[in-house]
Design a protein around this ligand. Structure first.
Ligand SMILES: Nc1ncnc2c1ncn2[C@@H]1O[C@H](COP(=O)(O)OP(=O)(O)OP(=O)(O)O)[C@@H](O)[C@H]1O
Length: 511
């Protein structure tokens, strides 16, 4: 079979640290190939080397038989397209305008874009891919998966403009922010792209999806390929063992013992949400007790993205309120919520969670900076020691608080953001997609911390589209549909399963 991508002995160091240590990789044309590994094992570094963000120190990469020369310029002319999670489509423009952004094809010199012809070309392309997107719809009105489909269509058109080159698509955690049904649409498209002859590399921490869509996989550990095999001949447990270098018994920790919620010995109510409404969320009303882990889920756009910000005062509610330990929040500032010991670990790490140019220590100590204030200024040695301890607790790699956040892999940035809020000992902890982009080993460790903090008496709310995770770690899960709570599934009922949660999200009337 033709090799879409052949990498031999690729090495890349940052300073003294080797991110790639002689990496080998073979991706055949016509297959979906999973590139797997712990956070920081070198996956993004490989992608950056193939797309010219930086050059490797040594090693050879061949795309459809043509060897790349470094630095790689204009990767699309070599047949390489990368679809990132943050896919770079413009919300305020229509689908067609987005498709035209990087395409000069329809234009004549100083002439207008030939819209009819462009629509026909893209229409044919979408037919081949077995998808359809409404050309005149604003991208902001598309479903999340459709934004990714759009990015793929745009990339494919760009590659097809270079006849002769094959097509190598690298999808870097494209489904991380999608719920189950939405992710399926993208998986189907990946399959279709491979069936049309492209080589498709799927970088993901979501192993269920890998098992579903991929033909083969390579596991990378510390910059080297440590396992490669057809997916049909491996198991999820084997993959994780290859990633971590040890077997993991359970993918998720068990929730803490269920607190008693009513009666004389009942656990104290820590969070009250009463009639809270925003743009999407309507009349959210629930309580969370000390020691409880409560999930909130729904399909994309149903309100679970908005609710954490409403509770934490990041967005001012239209109606209703939240209170923490009896203190009613006005909902107008996050500071007020933080003072009431409510912590929100935000979902979009780059937008809300971290200061990318700052060091890990500066990011981590932000909520507790006053502890390091001395008459002469900040005691940065104490600050760094403190950050190193907290980072070790959540297993950040490398454990060097002086490095800028930009030097950490995505999953490790998430661990720093997590540690930042855990250290405040929150009475109420809101976690928005807490393990997005985090590898299964690290996700297990982070969730163990969540369980522990609940055991120590915090009230925890997890907002997530990952139903397997919610079913595993929560005492009960609320399901939102068009902003309203349409179901509450409890562990005690024995009904709290991944399948039931998905069913309740997709067919709310039956829930
Ligand atoms: N600009 C940089 N400066 C210093 N070190 C870096 C830089 N970029 C990456 N690294 C280091 O290189 C290693 C590989 O990082 P990379 O981003 O390739 O990991 P990854 O496998 O993509 O992880 P994730 O699954 O978390 O996205 C990590 O140890 C990371 O800290």
């Amino acid at each position: 079979m033709t090799a879409a991508l052949e990498v031999r002995g690729m090495v890349k160091s940052y300073g003294g640290a080797r991110a790639l240590d002689g990496l080998d990789l073979h991706v055949a044309a016509g297959e979906v190939h999973a590139l797997l590994g712990q956070n920081g094992c070198g996956k993004s570094t490989l992608v950056k080397a193939l797309t010219g963000v930086h050059s490797p120190d040594s090693g050879v990469a061949t795309v459809f038989g043509r060897e790349l020369t470094y630095p790689v310029t204009a990767p699309h002319t070599h047949g390489i397209a990368v679809i990132h999670q943050d896919i770079g489509v413009v919300d305020q423009m229509t689908v067609l305008e987005n498709l035209g952004v990087n395409a000069g094809y329809g234009t004549r010199l100083l002439g207008a874009v030939n819209t009819r012809r462009e629509k026909r070309v893209y229409g044919d392309l979408m037919d081949r891919l077995d998808i359809s997107l409404p050309f005149d719809t604003l991208v902001s009105d598309l479903a999340p998966a459709e934004r990714s489909l759009l990015a793929v269509v745009r990339a494919m058109r760009l590659l097809e403009a270079h006849e002769g080159a094959g097509q190598l698509f690298i999808l870097d955690e494209p489904t991380a922010a999608l719920s189950g049904g939405e992710a399926e649409r993208l998986l189907a498209l990946m399959r279709r792209m491979a069936d049309l002859g492209a080589g498709v590399v799927f970088i993901s921490h979501r192993l269920a999806e890998v098992m579903e869509v991929c033909d083969s996989m390579t596991v990378v550990r510390a910059g080297r390929a440590v396992a490669t095999s057809p997916v049909a001949r491996t198991t999820r447990e084997d993959i994780v063992a290859a990633m971590l270098g040890r077997r993991m018994e359970d993918f998720f920790p068990a929730p803490p013992p269920e607190p008693v919620r009513s009666g004389v010995n009942s656990a104290r109510t820590r969070l009250v949400v009463d009639g809270l409404s925003g743009d999407v969320v309507q009349d959210a009303t629930f309580t969370v007790h000390a020691g409880e882990v409560v999930g909130v889920t729904g399909l994309a756009g149903m309100g679970q993205e908005e609710l954490p910000g409403l509770i934490a005062g990041v967005t001012t509610p239209r109606r209703g309120y939240a209170s923490v330990d009896g203190t009613r929040l006005a909902g107008r500032s996050p500071r007020e919520a933080i003072d009431a010991t409510l912590a929100l670990v935000p979902g979009n790490r780059l937008r809300d969670g971290c200061w990318i140019a700052g060091s890990a220590a500066e990011n981590l100590t932000l909520p507790v900076l006053s502890r390091f204030a001395r008459p002469w200024g900040i005691d940065s040695a104490a600050e760094t020691d403190h950050a190193a301890e907290r980072m070790a607790e959540v297993g950040t790699f490398p454990n060097d608080p002086r490095l800028p956040m930009a030097a950490f892999s995505g999953g490790n940035q998430q661990k720093v953001v997590f540690a930042k809020w855990l250290q405040t000992g929150p009475g109420v902890l809101l976690l928005d997609e807490p393990t997005q982009g985090v590898d299964p080993g690290a996700a297990h460790d982070l969730l163990e911390d969540v369980v522990e903090i609940a055991e120590r008496g915090s009230a925890v709310v997890v907002f997530s589209g990952d139903h397997e995770q919610l079913a595993a770690i929560c005492h009960r899960v609320l399901v939102l549909h068009h902003g309203r709570t349409v179901a509450e599934i409890t562990r005690a009922s024995g009904e709290l399963t991944e399948a039931n949660l998905l069913h309740a999200c997709e067919t709310p009337a039956a829930a």
